[in-house]
Design a protein around this ligand. Structure first.
Ligand SMILES: [Zn+2]
Length: 300
């Protein structure tokens, strides 16, 4: 091959590689879905979300139906991989045999990253289904922050946060944006305030206090979730990643002083008040894991 021929061949090869790279980059869409239960349409009472409670089996079906709607919405938007993480209580709520066959299911507990187990840098978008307001909210169905038996409030770097906010920072740690959330109306507003204006929301019910709601029926909730999931993923280009600050300072205020007494037994956990403790870690995931250990110790 002469010199000119070689340059032309090299140019062709480079263009081919460029096209190939771009095609493969845009062909992949990995979606991660974390599924809680308190925010699912039809759910208003704690026994509906407690294994063995009245109507728990029904609420599991509604939860699985909302997860399926999000999976289908993701597939409609071109998702090539969908991972669903069961994120409520003992994390065995989603009925595996009824889940959309295109998805993988992460089930059971404990899991190191809890409600965000299985997420890493390879994903493109995160979705929260069945989520709820933080502890101490107006008209938030079953509002709480990780544990209604022990946590009065959680602050991260001075800002009060609920589960959606903390989990959005875990997503940000891996460089992945949260693009859609479903839950009650007030939860959707809280999440949007914290996560950003790009967030698409599906309000499947409106709280009337903590244990009552005006709710869509499951079939309608599923339609809304499917549609909003597709909309959110189609607008993925506008989504902002929420990176956690370093160092991460967690301040937990418990319901009872005995819980803070137990928590401060852990090294590096400082007592900051009768019912509160604080700890700091440079790495957000390390801080989050320490937070989980603090909750476990406080619960006993
Ligand atoms: Zn839950």
């Amino acid at each position: 091959m002469n010199r000119q021929g070689f340059s032309i061949a090299a140019l062709l090869l480079a263009s081919l590689l460029f096209l190939q790279f771009n095609a493969s980059a845009s062909d992949q869409l990995s979606v991660y879905i974390s599924v809680d239960m308190e925010g699912v349409a039809g759910v208003v009472a704690s026994d509906q979300v407690r294994a063995g409670g009245q109507d728990y089996q029904l609420a599991r079906q509604w939860t699985t139906s909302e997860a399926n709607a999000a999976i289908q919405g993701a597939l409609d938007a071109g998702a090539t991989e969908v991972v669903v993480n069961d994120s409520h209580g003992g994390m065995r709520n989603i009925i595996a045999s009824d889940l959309h066959p295109e998805a993988r299911l992460i089930t059971g507990s404990p899991k190191p990253l809890s409600m965000m187990e299985g997420l890493d840098e390879s994903f493109d978008a995160v979705i929260f289904i069945g989520y709820h307001t933080k502890a101490g909210s107006f008209d938030g169905v079953l509002d709480h922050t990780y544990s209604s038996a022990s946590v009065f409030s959680l602050k991260v770097n001075g800002t009060e946060m609920g589960e959606a906010e903390v989990n959005s920072l875990i997503a940000g740690y891996f460089g992945v944006p949260v693009v859609m959330v479903a839950g009650d109306k007030n939860f959707c507003e809280q999440a949007r305030e914290m996560i950003g204006d790009h967030l698409v929301t599906a309000a499947v019910k409106e709280g009337i206090g903590r244990t009552a709601a005006n709710t869509l029926v499951p079939v309608r909730a599923a339609e809304l979730i499917r549609e909003k999931t597709t909309e959110a993923l189609n607008g993925l280009g506008n989504a902002q990643v929420r990176h956690p600050e370093s160092p991460a300072v967690f301040e937990v205020t418990f319901l009872y002083s005995a819980q803070a007494e137990a928590a401060e037994l852990i090294p590096d956990v400082k007592r900051t008040g009768p019912r509160s403790v604080e700890f700091t870690r440079d790495d957000f995931i390390e801080a989050f894991k320490l937070f989980r250990a603090v909750l476990l110790v406080a619960r006993n």
